[in-house]
Design a binder for this molecule. Structure first.
Ligand code: ARG
Length: 261
């Protein structure tokens, strides 16, 4: 009897120690490992998304953007609707905040006339740079002309928070998320917001864009299909990330590029 209970106590202690070790290693992995990025993404360690740019405002990281031409950047309207254009800087050819990259001032901000600040409808803007980025240091991203199918896995990149109210990562982050149909997305946002025809949603558990990623590109099948726009919380199980649907603003972008060479 006695020996049995001793064995039990021993086994119990061992089990506790074992559980503690497992818990600590998990905790270590989640907090310092690959887990905690864009939200649920990983660090970009090579310059493979050379169309990506950071948009800084008054010296601080503000938004993301994408080079569609050597002197033109697509970003979100809400990133630049209320700013002093002189204080904007575009940083190209860099994947780390430690490296300022190729820096350009902005000559002109063109916001879609359909943009609605209250509903975030048509959240798109084009920045015309004061001087061109050398063609040898980037490849422009092609724009997706037609809507992408639900279920398509897309790449989202940015320097935004790695969790709600989290820290800004030093290294550029990437995450892959599947596109959600507009109907499903509207149901998720029922009573909260309207998902319009200029919006595209993407969602996967634990993976999302977050504050600071806005304006950055969502790339599906090698073409830009979305612009990081908004969402309720980040990586919330209920609310998908919402992106501007490039196919709905394609004409605006192309016309703007023609108008401002
Ligand atoms: N509005 C944010 C920004 O300005 C982007 C938020 C994206 N949120 C999301 N849950 N996907 O950076």
């Amino acid at each position: 009897m006695y020996s049995v209970s001793t064995n039990n106590a021993m086994a119990f202690k061992l089990k506790l120690i074992f559980q503690l070790v497992i818990y600590l290693s998990w905790h270590h992995m989640l907090c310092t490992g690959i887990g905690e990025r864009i939200v649920g993404g990983s660090s970009v360690t090579e310059k493979k998304y050379t169309y990506f740019v950071r948009v800084h405002y008054e010296g601080i990281l503000w938004c993301g953007g994408s080079l569609v031409r050597n002197n033109a950047v697509v970003t979100a309207a809400h990133c630049v609707s209320d700013v002093n254009v002189k204080e904007l800087r575009v940083h190209a050819d860099t994947i780390s905040l430690r490296d300022e990259g190729i820096v350009r001032q902005v000559k002109k901000v063109v916001i879609s006339s359909l943009y609605n600040e209250r509903t975030t409808n048509y959240d798109v803007a084009v920045l015309i740079l004061a001087s061109a980025i050398p063609n040898s240091s980037f490849t422009p991203i092609q724009l997706q002309k037609t809507p992408v199918a639900a279920g398509t896995k897309c790449l989202v990149i940015g320097h935004g928070n790695t969790k709600e109210n989290g820290k800004i990562p030093t290294q550029l982050q990437e995450v892959w998320v599947p596109v959600l149909s507009r109907n499903v997305c509207q149901r998720r946002y029922a009573g909260v917001a309207r998902i319009t025809r200029s919006m595209l949603c993407a969602w996967e558990s634990g993976k999302d864009s977050c504050g600071g990623d806005s304006g950055g590109p969502m790339v599906c099948n090698g073409q830009q299909a979305g612009i990081v726009s908004w969402g309720v919380e980040c990586a919330d199980s209920r609310y998908p990330g919402v992106y501007t649907d490039i196919s709905s603003v394609y004409t605006f972008i192309v016309r703007t590029l023609q108008r401002y060479q």
